[in-house]
Design a protein around this ligand. Structure first.
Ligand SMILES: Cc1cc2nc3c(=O)[nH]c(=O)nc-3n(C[C@H](O)[C@H](O)[C@H](O)COP(=O)(O)O)c2cc1C
Length: 162
C-alpha cells in the first residue's frame, strides 16, 4: 500500500526550511511567482540548483514557457509575501519593489539573497517536476530568515549557553 501522503507531509514538516519566492518571466513579458521551500543546491561545478514544482500549479507551465527563474530567499519580515505567493492564480506585482535579473526574472528586494537561473533540465518525479537551473547571477542581502516548520512560519531563536 502507498505511504500515507498526510503522514509524509507531517514527517517532512519536521524538516525545518527557509522560505523562498520563485519568480519567472514568460510569454510576452508577463511575470509570476510561487512560494517554495522544496528548493535545493544541486551542484557547484557547474553551479546548479533545483526547485520541485507541483504539476497542478500555474507556475509549472509558466516555468516551461519562461525557461528561467529566480529564487528569492525571504527575510523574517516578509511573511506577507510568502502568503501572497502561496495563493493560487495570477500574482499582483504592482506594489512590489523589484529589480530585473539577467534572465529577465523579477528579483524581489529586501530578501536575504537571490539566485537568477536559466532552466537547463526538467526531471519528472511523480506529481511534481524538478526544475534544474544553472545560476547566472546572484547576490546576498542582510537580515534574519523566515522559517517554515511543522506547517507554521517561525523565526530563529538564539540558543542560550551555546
Ligand atoms: C511555505 C510554503 C512552501 C511551499 N513550497 C512549495 C514547493 O516547493 N513547490 C510547490 O510546487 N508548491 C509549494 N507551495 C505551494 C505553492 O506556493 C502554491 O501551490 C501556490 O498557490 C502556487 O501558485 P500558482 O498555482 O498560482 O502557481 C508552498 C507553499 C508554502 C506556504
Amino acid at each position: 500500500m502507498a505511504f500515507d501522503p498526510m503522514l509524509q507531509r507531517q514527517i517532512m514538516g519536521r524538516f525545518a526550511t527557509g522560505v523562498t519566492v520563485v519568480t519567472t518571466r514568460y510569454g510576452d513579458g508577463e511575470v509570476t511567482g510561487m512560494t517554495a521551500n522544496a528548493v535545493m543546491s544541486l551542484s557547484l561545478d557547474p553551479p546548479l540548483v533545483v526547485v520541485s514544482v507541483d504539476k497542478k500549479t500555474t507556475m509549472h507551465g509558466c516555468l516551461q514557457e519562461g525557461q528561467c527563474y529566480a529564487i528569492n530567499i525571504l527575510a523574517r519580515d516578509q511573511e506577507a509575501l510568502s502568503t501572497q505567493f502561496a495563493t493560487p492564480g495570477p500574482k499582483d506585482f504592482s506594489d512590489l519593489d523589484l529589480m530585473e535579473g539577467e534572465t529577465g526574472a523579477p528579483i524581489l528586494t529586501g530578501t536575504l539573497g537571490y539566485l537568477d537561473c536559466k532552466l537547463t533540465e526538467v526531471l519528472s518525479a511523480g506529481d511534481h517536476d524538478m526544475y534544474v537551473g544553472e545560476i547566472v547571477a546572484g547576490n546576498l542581502g542582510e537580515g534574519d530568515p523566515l522559517l517554515f516548520y511543522s506547517g507554521k512560519y517561525r523565526e530563529l531563536a538564539e540558543l542560550k549557553d551555546a
